[in-house]
Design a protein around this ligand. Structure first.
Ligand code: DOR
Length: 426
């Protein structure tokens, strides 16, 4: 007799780091009870023609709460994440106020408790992300914060960054860096190159990113601190991280869907939907970021999901805020646009980021006894991207109208189906 509360994900192809096989997956009491042939349960989720994968994990989500709830909330961001196949996301700290102390960490974690995916939060490295004084990282780490970043900005001061790294080593946490030298960016609004010159939009050079990547590799060598490079976007950044890994330094890196699929030529429309930090780069940079992902230099695709309310993205290019939606399109873009196997795509979107974040005991595998955090993907389902159709409170997707292949059919969070047949259940 099937357990009355059991669920079977039936007829799919299970894929995780251990390989691929045709199998049904039975879930009981929040855990995977069995993986095998011809299994049954009280409730069936149809996975015919689908991949049954571990839930996706995003290391870079801007959820805007507290402070900019008109653009996104923890709840709407998490719902979009669940629809996109994610079972865990890491909130960025550039909220208002910043997530830079115990009270705000608690607030975000509390808001995340009812969300349809696990919401973890990063903490700021510096008070108010102002880059002047170290934030109380220990009190945030005591609440489970494992990643610290001033994302939205890089830590500019070399000595302060060294001190942050020494502090992080003692706490056993990771620092994640948004690599941009503010002075060298000089108020630029897009990549500095042929297109910025043609369009008359002030640019920021690739070197503004690369200098900070270079500095942080040097400081990782000096301090032994684990450093994660966020949204790498230039060919030389990728090359430096490749060399650092070869030298055995404790570095990891992510790339965003947009830096893997769009170039600075998109800014020719003057549409601020293409404004982002770091900016869209040249075709040669896109190729290098793709190559870095393919050879493992870049371990993960992270969304940098950055909702902005429509009235702000309707401002002129130089006045509009940077950022793009990502959680509901990352998987489909990776499957459609990148020349990678499903296994490689899921490594980048699921088990590699789960490992970096240290949650690979809860997310990132389909195996008996593990928590049931799953995403069922129909690889043949084609659909058209529409910002208005998304769960996000904002609509700023740069892929509006694009046809993509690969859609999440079901998402299961700790045993509960939170997306069924493409529909959010809560
Ligand atoms: O384009 C971006 N938008 N880059 C960032 O680093 C921050 C983000 C945001 O918060 O909107």
């Amino acid at each position: 007799m099937p357990d009355p509360h059991s669920i079977v994900v039936k007829g799919g192809r299970v894929v995780d780091a251990s390989g691929e096989r045709e199998a049904d997956v039975v879930v009981v009491d929040g855990r995977i009870a069995a993986v095998g042939a011809d299994l049954s349960a009280d409730r069936t989720l149809d996975a015919a023609g689908c991949f049954v994968a571990p839930g996706l994990v995003d290391l870079h989500s801007h959820l805007r709460e507290p402070g900019k709830e008109e653009a996104e909330t923890v709840e709407t961001g998490a719902r979009g994440a669940a629809l996109g196949g994610y079972t865990a996301i890491l909130a960025m700290p550039n909220t208002t106020p910043a997530i830079d102390c115990e009270a705000v960490v608690r607030q975000v974690l509390d808001l995340g408790r009812a969300a349809p995916c696990d919401v973890l939060t990063s903490g700021a490295i510096t008070v108010g992300r102002a880059g002047e004084q170290l934030a109380p990282m220990a009190e945030m780490a005591a609440l489970g914060v494992r990643v610290f970043t001033d994302d939205g900005a890089g830590v500019q001061d070399n000595l302060l960054m060294r001190r942050a790294m020494e502090y992080a080593v003692g706490l056993g946490v990771i620092l994640a860096q948004h690599c941009e030298d503010d002075a060298l960016c000089g108020g630029g609004h897009m990549h500095e190159g042929e297109w910025s010159a043609r369009l008359g939009i002030p640019g920021q050079p690739a070197e503004a990113e690369e200098l900070m990547v270079m500095r942080d590799i040097a400081l990782a060598r000096l301090t032994g601190c684990r450093i994660h490079f966020q949204h790498l976007s230039t060919a030389r950044s990728v090359a430096m991280v490749r060399d650092a890994l070869a030298a055995g330094l404790p570095v990891t890196a992510e790339a965003t869907p947009h830096h893997l699929t769009l170039t600075d030529a998109a800014c020719a429309s003057y549409d601020p939907v293409f404004k982002v930090n770091p900016p869209l780069r040249t075709p040669a940079d896109v190729e290098a970021v793709r190559a870095g992902l393919a050879d493992g230099t870049i371990a993960t695709i992270a969304t940098d999901h950055a909702p902005h309310a429509p009235e702000t993205k309707e401002l002129p290019f130089d006045l509009a805020p940077p950022g793009m939606l990502g959680l509901e399109t990352a998987l489909a873009l990776a499957l459609t646009e990148l020349d990678l196997s499903v296994q490689q795509v899921l490594a980048a979107l699921s088990w590699n980021p789960a490992r970096i974040l240290g949650i690979d005991d809860v997310h990132g595998a389909v195996a008996e006894g593990r928590p049931a955090n799953l995403c069922v993907i129909d690889p043949e389902h084609t659909w058209t991207v529409s910002g208005a159709a998304m769960a996000s409170r904002s609509t700023n997707t740069p892929y509006e109208g694009r046809e993509v292949r690969g859609k999440v059919r079901h998402t299961v969070l700790h045993g509960e189906p939170v997306v069924v047949a493409g529909e959010a259940q809560r």
